[in-house]
Design a protein around this ligand. Structure first.
Ligand code: NAD
Length: 457
């Protein structure tokens, strides 16, 4: 094993300073962690649901008491603007609270049968691995962690190489809050080493993966060997469809946030803006000042709306699609000097362009004109992805028709919101498999068991 696999240097993406060094887990570490987790899980599952819920509420309280510290850590390790980072830490707290209630409501069914009583139980799976990406380290960790624990499982969290610090802090807070030792462990490390060891480990019952479609496919194939359960949250190339009958001013004012938030490193980013031709020029006229006024700079400043990209490698990836010198319809400002900065960029394009088809994961959107509703739906669906999308129209019937016609898991009308912890989230097609969040979140971490009890004498 070479030097860089032993530890990872964590770099502040806004300054390029090394802020921490974190040891990388080996396959042996993973094996030992799985054994500890399996032991802890047995007693955890045997607790009364109300006691599990109380533990999770105390964990949520500990996160709440350290919200600012967690948010500041996210500013430093991920370059997220402080306002966003506070929301992210709050989202982790909310997930724990919401899932705690789920532990008390993990109801089975009583199904009428002749000659006895038929009931169902939702049994925990055992040890669950959550492999998280760097774009929303805390929320995405919590989306897996909270419902998995609530349903009676143990959790091993493998954060992304670049962003392990908030995950490690969450694990320490869990212990301080009284969660049993071994029940929730964080294993920082390289994807192909620690991540892969979790995927291949026979003691891991389920893998919850969020990240690139390419790695998601590999993980799904590996899970097949042991018929291991898997949830995948993968990429997206989501459309923002603006019809001529929409409030075009509002649609243009809202568009920048939909692809610049988190510097475009968002699987739900509305990176394809489809605009009906009759209002195209007007929309572009309004979009330019809206993009240019999106505040870019020091993530620690509460006025900042957009920070840097996560890493030099990610900036190279974005540049490989759109060099900063490429012609653009709109280009914003970005700080020069240290930091992985990249300016907000709007391109005008065609549906088949590489920039309109592939996930760039940077602050780049492509605007494409369309003639009518049928063409808008055709372009929106001309992708292997199907995660999110927005529809701007004042016509209620059209809003419903287009919402039903667009093949994506999370749509919003006259809004760009798509993630609430109490509503389901997930993708169609190659954007993923399974759903997270919402009222059914715990079900994904259980097996349904059917039991028939004879009442014959
Ligand atoms: P990635 O898929 O390589 O990494 C995501 C997580 O998987 C990380 O924790 C990583 O360590 C782990 N991983 C990597 N290889 C693994 C393997 N063989 N076995 C098990 N775990 C493994 O993503 P990335 O390289 O960080 O980003 C690349 C691109 O992926 C981005 O540019 C973006 O397009 C996409 N992405 C999407 C999301 C999303 O939310 N859908 C999140 C992050 C990245």
């Amino acid at each position: 094993m070479n030097e860089h696999q032993h530890e990872h240097r964590i770099i502040n993406p806004a300054t390029e300073e090394v802020i921490a060094t974190v040891p990388a887990a080996t396959p042996q570490d993973v094996d030992a962690a799985v054994k500890r987790a399996a032991d802890a899980q047995r007693s955890w599952a045997a607790l009364a649901p109300g006691d599990r819920a109380r533990h999770l509420r105390r964990f949520a309280d500990a996160v709440d008491a350290h919200l600012e510290e967690l948010a500041q850590l996210e500013v430093r390790e991920a370059g997220h603007p402080i306002g966003n980072a506070r929301w992210e830490a709050g989202n982790a707290r909310d997930l724990l609270e919401y899932a705690a209630g789920g532990a008390e409501r993990l109801n089975g069914a009583q199904i009428p049968v002749a000659g006895g009583l038929n009931v169902t139980f939702h049994e925990p799976l055992g040890v669950v691995a959550v492999i998280a990406p760097w774009n929303f380290p805390m929320p995405i960790a919590a989306w897996g962690l909270a419902p998995a624990l609530a349903a009676g499982n143990a959790v091993l969290l493998k954060p992304a190489e670049t962003t392990p610090l908030t995950a490690l802090r969450l694990a320490a807070l869990a212990l301080e809050a009284g969660l049993p030792e071994g029940l929730f462990q964080v294993l920082p490390g390289a994807g192909p080493v620690a991540g892969n060891a979790l995927v291949e480990h026979p003691g891991v019952a389920k893998v919850v993966f969020t990240g690139s479609t390419a790695v998601g496919k590999q993980i799904m194939a590996k899970c097949a060997a042991g018929v291991k359960r898997v949830t995948l949250e993968l990429g997206g190339k989501s459309p923002n469809i603006v019809f001529a009958d929409a409030d075009v001013e509002r649609a243009a004012a809202a568009a920048p946030g939909s692809f610049l938030d988190n510097t475009g490193q968002d699987c739900c980013a509305r990176s394809r803006i489809l605009v009906q031709r009759s209002v195209y020029d007007r929309f572009m006229e309004l979009l330019e000042p809206a993009v240019k006024s999106f505040t870019v700079g020091d993530p620690a400043d509460p006025a900042t709306q957009m920070g840097p990209l996560i890493s030099a490698a990610q900036r190279e990836r974005v540049r490989s699609y759109v060099p900063e010198s490429a012609p653009a319809a709109v280009r914003g400002e970005a700080p020069s000097g240290k930091g992985f900065w990249y300016p907000a960029t709007v391109l005008e394009g065609r549906p088949q362009d590489r920039t309109a088809v592939e996930e760039i994961f940077g602050p780049v959107a492509v605007v494409i004109p369309f003639e009518d509703e049928a063409e808008a739906v055709r372009i929106a669906n001309a992708t292997d992805y199907g995660l999110s999308g927005s529809i701007w129209t004042r016509d209620v019937s059209r809003a419903v028709r287009v919402s039903r016609a667009v093949a994506a898991g999370n749509l919003s009308v006259n809004s760009h919101s798509s993630v609430r912890y109490w509503t389901p989230f997930g993708g169609f097609g190659q954007s993923g498999l399974g759903r997270e969040l919402g009222p059914e979140a715990l079900a994904a971490f259980t097996e349904t068991k059917n039991v028939f009890i004879s009442t014959e004498e």
